[in-house]
Write a protein that binds this ligand. Structure first.
Ligand code: AVI
Length: 323
């Protein structure tokens, strides 16, 4: 069979420009300015994020990959054969390869991602490597409810979810619980969910991971302003904002901010926004967990924590949860 016959047509539920505009206007109108981190991933943002994953300071990607490499067989044994596997935030699609190689006769892979072009390119590549696998990409914002495409002619014995990278950490606790509860509903009772969760650790290690020496994370953050300028006719001067990574000790999370370098006014879609010198736009939170805090969160969403794998230094954890 050729790869074309197995790579299904994309199900396209990409957020609209109107939704982007409304979120930006709402976020910049708040007394503490904020922008939703999901909009960091336009085409360029997704590429910069891939560069972040290769940075020496950014330990999560390589650490999680090591854990997956080491335990792929255990994970595969736990989730079983002839599986329909749904990945939330599939990105460049590198980690899934480790799982797919270890799985026995996977039936279908459904990558879900907000970045359409990235999704198409990554899965065209994947189809070359796994020509017999049914791949059904879904472009969607998985923070909102969505449905999975029907796969006529494909039979599977179970469904599993895969949510790597500690992307769950980019949600608030309430959002994380509601995401997991939604995933549990989508994947069905008895399904297993594999989730990567970054762990609380030395603050300097954390800060460096989110403020790298080469400035890649800074350009990732600032790219959001570039996107607003391009897509919404914004007037942000990128040189007048600076990237900052802050550790919020109370909430155990790293926050990315864009700090206004002077008093200034910016327009977006005809609306004017004033910035004081030093005022920030909070663009992302990356929560760090302890094993117990993550398990409690999963339990609140109705999941039973059944297994956890970690690296030797306990930098990162991969959890198996059962619905
Ligand atoms: C996608 N997400 C898990 C990344 C993180 O670590 O929170 C996004 C990121 N932001 C800055 N660097 C990486």
């Amino acid at each position: 069979k050729s790869s074309e016959t197995k790579l299904e047509e994309l199900q396209d539920l990409e957020p609209s420009l109107e939704e982007f505009r409304a979120s930006v206007i709402e976020g910049l109108s708040a007394s503490r300015k904020t922008l939703p981190c999901k909009f960091l991933y336009d085409r360029r943002g997704s590429q910069i994020f891939d560069d972040i994953c290769d940075l020496p300071e950014y330990y999560p990607t390589r650490t999680e990959r090591q854990i997956l490499e080491q335990h792929a067989r255990d994970i595969a044994a736990l989730i079983g054969p002839e599986l329909r596997l749904v990945e939330f935030g599939s990105g460049a699609g590198m980690k899934i390869r480790l799982l797919l190689q270890a799985l026995e006769k996977p039936s279908a892979y459904l990558p879900v991602d907000i970045s359409r072009e990235h999704l198409i390119a990554a899965n065209a590549d994947l189809a070359q490597t796994f020509p017999d696998l049914c791949i059904a990409p879904v472009c969607a914002d998985y923070t909102a409810p969505f449905s999975l495409p029907d796969l006529p002619g494909i039979s599977y014995k179970a469904t599993a979810g895969f949510f790597p990278g500690s992307t769950i950490g980019n949600f608030t606790r309430e959002e994380a619980v509601s995401f997991l509860a939604g995933a549990r509903g989508l994947l069905g009772s008895g399904s297993v969910m594999i989730v990567g969760a970054d762990l609380v650790k030395n603050i300097d290690v954390l800060r460096d991971a989110y403020d790298d020496a080469a400035g890649v994370t800074a350009s990732f953050n600032l790219n959001l302003l570039r996107r607003i300028n391009r897509e919404l006719g914004g007037s942000f001067e990128l040189a007048q904002f600076r990237h900052e990574a802050r550790w919020n000790a109370d909430l155990e999370r790293i926050e990315m901010h864009l700090v206004s370098q002077r008093r200034q006014e910016v327009t977006v879609g005809g609306q004017r926004f004033s910035f004081a010198a030093g005022e920030t736009i909070h663009t992302e939170s990356s929560h760090k967990y302890r094993l117990a805090s993550f398990r409690a969160l999963a339990a609140e969403a109705g999941y039973e924590p059944i297994e956890v794998w970690m690296d030797e230094k306990q930098l990162f954890s991969v959890h198996a949860l059962r619905a």
